[in-house]
Design a protein around this ligand. Structure first.
Ligand SMILES: [Zn+2]
Length: 202
């Protein structure tokens, strides 16, 4: 999803912009000239990071654009390492607004016949603050699910990127395709509290 979609959820986007140093005014959910200027500054920062650290496939690019700037930089360093030796690794998921997370949570619940895809409601996932991304490994254009491929990749990239956390290291809910930038706390509730106040969390 594109960062432009955040514009439909102005309060969410203002929190994101404020916590990442682009917006200093009131979190009022109204798109005015200050929010507009912050939006433009955020997009410009993203282009600057892309120029410095390289660009990747279109899916990855669309998802990287939804991440906090520090996290964009880390994601690009990650992809550079991950895609060496001809590996086809893409970032297939980035930031989700609380509303998008709630929609995902409803899958497989409340009479929905689809499979359950997440245990997190809006504000309960690190994907809701711009610090997390999920990858897909592809071979011959086909999406690969084999755990050992994801574990091998983590073994390759993790020693080189100290700010990186890998979902495969989690004990309660192992999540091999998931990566995130280390935040102020390992507790989602702490990150959420900072995010909602527009305070730095990464
Ligand atoms: Zn994830």
């Amino acid at each position: 999803m594109s960062s432009q979609l955040f514009q439909q959820d102005v309060l969410f986007y203002q929190r994101f912009l404020k916590a990442n140093g682009f917006y200093t005014k009131k979190l009022d959910g109204i798109w005015g000239s200050n929010t507009d200027a912050a939006d433009k500054a955020f997009e410009a920062k993203g282009r600057e990071i892309a120029t410095a650290l390289g660009t990747f496939d279109k899916t990855s690019e669309n998802n990287i654009a939804t991440l906090a700037p520090k996290v964009q930089a880390l994601a690009r360093k990650f992809l550079k390492l991950a895609t060496t030796e001809g590996r086809d690794v893409r970032i297939i998921s980035g930031t989700r607004t609380y509303a998008e997370q709630d929609a995902l949570y409803k899958k497989g619940r409340y009479g929905s016949t689809e499979g359950i895809v997440t245990n997190a409601k809006g504000g309960q996932s690190n994907h809701n603050f711009g610090i997390a991304w999920d990858i897909g490994i592809f071979e011959g254009g086909k999406y690969i699910t084999a755990d050992k491929k994801y574990t091998a990749l983590a073994g390759l990239v993790m020693p080189n990127l100290p700010e990186l956390e890998w979902g495969g290291n989690w004990t309660s809910f192992k999540d091999n395709p998931h990566y995130q930038h280390k935040a102020i706390s390992e507790k989602v509730a702490d990150v959420r509290a900072a995010f909602e106040l527009g305070q730095p969390y990464v």
